[in-house]
Design a binder for this molecule. Structure first.
Ligand code: MEV
Length: 315
């Protein structure tokens, strides 16, 4: 028996980093996917094949002994074998359209699609249970995750999310378009979140004020989204970017990309952990090609993204 699942990548429209400290964030799933196929095998091994390498290990190894970036898959397979007390191995194949390590949710999409494909080899599993498993798996590589990324990769669409109350879907379908440009600087989300923690510990009052300002900004943005006010949303992206600059997750290349985006879009900002990764620029359909061209002329990898409304898919 083979079990297949796919999950979308994501962008954070507003609120990355502050979400780790309880502030609301706004996220959306994008039309780039990770697909995971899992099957039970007779050999006593967990075998994972992906375009970033392979991992072959017998079950029951302590998770701290696994040094591969494919660790979340090992964790999930091992957990399911143990839970269902079955004498089986598992073979896992991972295929991804999402660039790695650039803030587009590749690891969360892997955890969500992996949790679904692997758990469904053993029993029917609800989306809620899959999300819980996926967050647990993501914690093997990034202990302090807010859970926001896995949540949007599971349920799709645009949503508001905070750690205490979880997510709620935003039902308006704003007619904006997003252009994503890649700085090609890879980052470790865990390391950047740790740097922000240090910034917070050295600047408690400043950080707490920034959290308040970010919360106000998000409340305004929720109204602007309902009113489809693209110009207002763009201005707020630039304001959010200033807060991200203050907490130290930007750099010269990202700043010059945002300046470039400002020439033709409503506004732009880093998306995700920062330190590298991608920026997003907000535009409407009439100007979409212009924004893409502007980045291409300067040799940036760049593409337009659509909102994925499906989220996790199993087949
Ligand atoms: C990473 O995509 C988003 C962060 O806010 C971390 C998190 O929410 O877990 C930087």
């Amino acid at each position: 028996m083979k079990s297949n699942a796919s999950a979308p990548g994501k962008i954070i429209l507003f609120g990355e980093h502050f979400v780790v400290y309880g502030v609301k964030a706004i996220l959306c799933a994008i039309n780039k996917r990770v697909t995971v196929s899992a099957s039970k095998i007779h050999e006593n091994t967990i075998s994972i094949k992906s375009n970033i390498g392979d991992l072959n290990m017998p079950p029951n190894k302590p998770i701290t002994e696994i040094k591969s970036p494919l660790k979340p898959f090992y964790f999930l397979a091992n957990k399911m074998i143990e839970k269902h007390n079955q004498n089986t191995g598992i073979e896992i194949l991972v295929q991804s359209e999402i660039p790695l390590g650039v803030g587009l949710g590749s690891s969360s999409a892997c955890c969500v699609a992996g949790a679904a494909a692997i758990s469904r080899l053993f029993s029917e599993t609800s989306k809620k249970e899959i999300l819980e498993l996926a967050i647990e798996a993501e914690r093997t590589i990034f202990q302090n995750t807010s859970g926001a990324d896995c949540t949007v990769c599971t349920f799709g669409g645009i949503m508001e999310y905070d750690k205490k109350n979880g997510f709620s879907k935003i039902n308006s379908e704003p007619n904006f378009h997003l252009v994503i440009a890649n700085s090609k600087i890879e980052h470790s989300t865990e390391a950047i979140v740790a740097n922000v923690k240090q910034f917070k510990e050295k600047n408690e009052e400043k950080f707490s004020n920034l959290c308040k300002e970010e919360s106000e900004l998000i409340n305004n943005v929720l109204v602007l989204l309902r009113n489809n006010d693209l110009s207002g949303l763009g201005k707020n992206m630039l304001k959010n970017q200033e807060y991200l600059e203050t907490i130290g997750i930007s750099n010269e290349k990202l700043r010059s990309m945002i300046e470039l985006a400002q020439e033709s879009s409503f506004g732009a900002k880093i998306t995700g952990a920062g330190g590298g990764g991608c920026i997003i620029a907000l535009t409407d359909e009439s100007n979409l090609e212009n924004v893409v061209e502007q980045f291409k002329k300067k040799n940036y990898e760049c593409f337009s993204a659509k909102i994925d409304f499906k989220g996790l898919d199993t087949f």
